[in-house]
Design a protein around this ligand. Structure first.
Ligand SMILES: Nc1ncnc2c1ncn2[C@@H]1O[C@H](COP(=O)(O)OP(=O)(O)O)[C@@H](O)[C@H]1O
Ligand SMILES: [Mg+2]
Length: 283
């Protein structure tokens, strides 16, 4: 299996932003299940290193969007592009290759309960990429170190706290070095303090590993945190600090309402929105 390539944010000497091709795009995507329209004419694009936050009530079609991106579902109409390649018409063999650059944090973490932390994190490296055991161990060590859980290699998921489980799920998703991370409700069910420890991992992964992110959530607090913070290296330390306005603009929010995009804009625009549906969601 080819090694997934990292998509890098282009930098010009002047610091000006060159036009960038999206790493992910949905164009006029519609999908119905059993005659029930779940997504209707959904379009959005994700630029390299940016964050797309997908908000919406339960049943509004958020997880369905991620399944479409992964090629687990195909749209009835519209087109989907991953790293510039059209995927909605792709065969399974090519889809496997495209999925090599996609990392998924499943709804509420979803670790394999019968596998240790190290086995969970190394799962795709072992079964899909077929890396030698020594390389799997090295990478598992590295990504668990990234999320601050290197001492938890031999634990079982049942021995972890809720926040630790989510961080292991993030380590598992990043283990194959994907350029795009898809998070489905990564903080749902966590208390606010613990949720922030998970939010910080999403920020670090985006800013230190140049990962592009799609964050599906109905936890607005966490979405705002990720959108308005950035990770910086400070010597050997990593600090997560409030982002400047330009950085915060790299996080775009979309809100789904019954399968239609009812809002699109940055964090400040979302906070200022007056639409009654959005206000209900914000309050
Ligand atoms: N495989 C499926 N078959 C039939 N209906 C589905 C399927 N997957 C999702 N749905 C329906 O599609 C709608 C959107 O689901 P989903 O994308 O999971 O919503 P969300 O993640 O926003 O809660 C829901 O009404 C759900 O019941
Ligand atoms: Mg869902």
């Amino acid at each position: 299996m080819p090694q997934a390539s990292h998509v890098s944010v282009s930098e010009t000497p002047s610091g000006a932003t060159a036009p960038q091709a999206p790493v992910l795009a949905l164009e006029h995507v519609s999908l119905a299940f059993d005659g029930k329209q779940v997504l209707r004419d959904v379009s959005f694009a994700l630029l390299p290193g940016h964050t797309k936050v997908v908000l919406g009530a339960s049943g509004s079609g958020k997880s369905t969007i991620l399944k479409l991106v992964l090629g687990l579902l195909r749209p009835d109409a519209g087109r989907i592009f991953v790293n510039g390649e059209r995927t909605d018409t792709m065969g399974e063999h090519d889809l496997m290759r495209v999925r090599g650059d996609l990392g998924m944090v499943f709804q509420e973490g979803a670790l394999f309960d019968s596998l240790s932390v190290a086995e969970n994190v190394g799962y795709r490296l072992d079964t899909e990429m077929r890396l030698p055991a020594s390389e799997v161990r090295e990478r598992v060590d590295e990504v668990l170190g990234f999320v601050g859980l290197r001492d938890f290699l031999d634990r079982m998921p049942s021995e972890l706290s809720g926040g630790q489980r989510r961080r292991v799920a993030i380590a598992r998703a990043m283990a194959t070095k994907p350029g795009i991370l898809l998070y489905d409700e990564a903080t749902t069910g966590l208390d606010p303090i613990t949720a922030i420890t998970v939010d910080r991992e999403m920020v670090k992964l985006r800013d230190l590993e140049q990962v592009s992110s799609v964050i599906v959530t109905h936890q607005l607090r966490d979405a705002f945190y990720v959108a308005t913070h950035e990770a910086v290296r400070d010597g050997a330390e990593v600090r997560v600090v409030p982002a400047d306005a330009a950085k915060a603009d790299e996080a775009e929010f979309i809100m789904l309402r019954e399968g239609v995009i009812a809002f699109e804009g940055n964090a400040a625009e979302l906070r200022a929105a007056t639409d009654p549906y959005i206000r209900t969601f914000l309050s």
